[in-house]
Design a protein. Sequence first.
Length: 241
Amino acid sequence: MTQSTIFCDFDGPIVDVSERYYTTYQQGLGRVAAQGPGNPETIRSLSKSQFWTFKQNRVPDRQIAHWSGLEGAEIDAFLVQVSRLVNHPSLLDYDQLQPHAYEGLAILKQCGVRVVLVTLRPPDQVMQFLAKHQLDWAISDLYGMPRADAAYTNQANHKVERLGAAISAQQRQGYDLRNTWMIGDTEADIMAGQTLGVDTVAVTCGIRSSTYLQSFRPTHLLPDLWAAAQRLQQQVTLRRR
């Protein structure tokens, strides 16, 4: 089989999770304020822009909670609430398709490039989102995680394991991985690709900033999946001449 294959993260390149994460943060603060013995007037919600800037620069949730007016046991209670809330079915509806992700996937399809998702999300969540946005046609294979909280904690070792499993399975099926990429929006994606000898594409439309991602030295640093698809389209065209 000579058809090209790339590996791609789900959250970030395809899905914009910023509204879900911000709503989780707001609800967590609200529950702590309602339940805690402290003074609710000291609790102040960050704007979405402030919150997302902190997330993109990997400021820990504990520090974000402190900057929101929480202290001591309140911070611990907030972290528990966030963990419980972030993957609740009612909040998953806040996930949105990234701008131009559809167009990027369409370019890859036109080029005959297979897209294999490597995600720390449960596969059922991924399939529900793809069906909702009529993107089933865009994905050739899927490697996810059974635990619903794995994507939020985003441990690099989990992504290395999932990408390794995906690569091995694709090779067994006879697919061409000589010019493959790992596309993602976090350090875990970059580290997984580097560990397994795969070129990495870091996209800056997700949960990490351009400056933060650049420090991990990805092969390419691009704005989004659409830009990555255009770059790959150029390479595929050159190889076929």
